[in-house]
Design a binder for this molecule. Structure first.
Ligand code: ADP
Ligand code: ZN
Length: 216
């Protein structure tokens, strides 16, 4: 089973992906997490991607698609994509890649969040530097301030969750990623999920939708 989570930055893709991957036994594939990891390792890929992330722009398709090839080549589990694809070109490349293995995208969930919510959520987001766990200091705060519940790592505000960069990311989303909605609506795998709810309620909507179509 191969699933894609789509939506504005801050719509909850990462949070849902962490939970769903565990529940469904899928590989959580987050291109954003991979880029941040490569940046912290100062690898060649990280150095190339860093300026795009800090400026809120998309990493060029070529780099992203090389990543897919190299990271997924030996993966045998179903895939849960979070933050990929982000352009129509990436979506087409993913379809071709899966088709070459006799696979397909089985379901696309669009986490629909009003745009004004996006800004407040991203400003309140904190990410664990050690394990990547995501918190929101207003709605899902850790038990101890600035400390990860699961690994005691320090929580930080992502570089690109600062107000100027948030604005840019929203524009980039509208321009380059929103056209994917039409792309996937056309092929019958699309479901819309109300993302202004609590994380648990969103997970339930996704799982019940997967049950309805016989995927879990
Ligand atoms: P969010 O969904 O909250 O915006 P991500 O962690 O998915 O955050 O992405 C952070 C940044 O990483 C993006 O702004 C972009 O620069 C880069 N990035 C992640 N995934 C892709 C992708 N599929 N294509 C191009 N750039 C990407
Ligand atoms: Zn942690």
């Amino acid at each position: 089973m191969n699933i894609i989570l789509l939506g504005y930055p801050g719509s909850g893709k990462g949070t849902q992906a962490q939970v769903l991957a565990r529940k469904l036994g899928l590989m959580h594939f987050s291109t954003g997490d991979i880029f941040r990891e490569e940046i912290s390792k100062r690898s060649a890929l990280g150095l190339e991607a860093a300026g795009y992330l800090s400026g809120g722009r998309l990493v060029p398709d070529k780099l992203v698609l090389d990543l897919i090839q190299s990271r997924l080549a030996t993966e045998t589990r179903g895939l849960l994509f979070d933050g990929f694809p982000r352009t129509v070109e990436q979506a087409q490349a993913l379809d071709d890649y899966l088709a070459s293995k006799g696979l397909a995208v089985d379901r696309v969930f669009f986490l629909d969040l009003p745009e004004q919510e996006v800004v407040s959520r991203l400003g309140a987001r904190r990410t664990c530097v050690k394990c990547g766990m995501i918190y929101n200091i207003l709605t899902s705060a850790p038990a101890k301030e600035n400390t990860c519940d699961s690994c005691s790592g320090a929580l930080t505000l992502r570089e690109d969750d600062k107000p100027e960069v948030i604005k840019k990311r929203i524009m980039v989303y509208r321009d380059q990623t929103e056209p994917l909605l039409a792309y996937y609506k056309g092929n019958g795998v699309f479901s819309e999920i109300k993302a202004a709810l609590a994380p648990q309620a969103i997970t339930e909507q996704i799982l019940s939708s997967l049950k309805t179509v016989g995927l879990c």
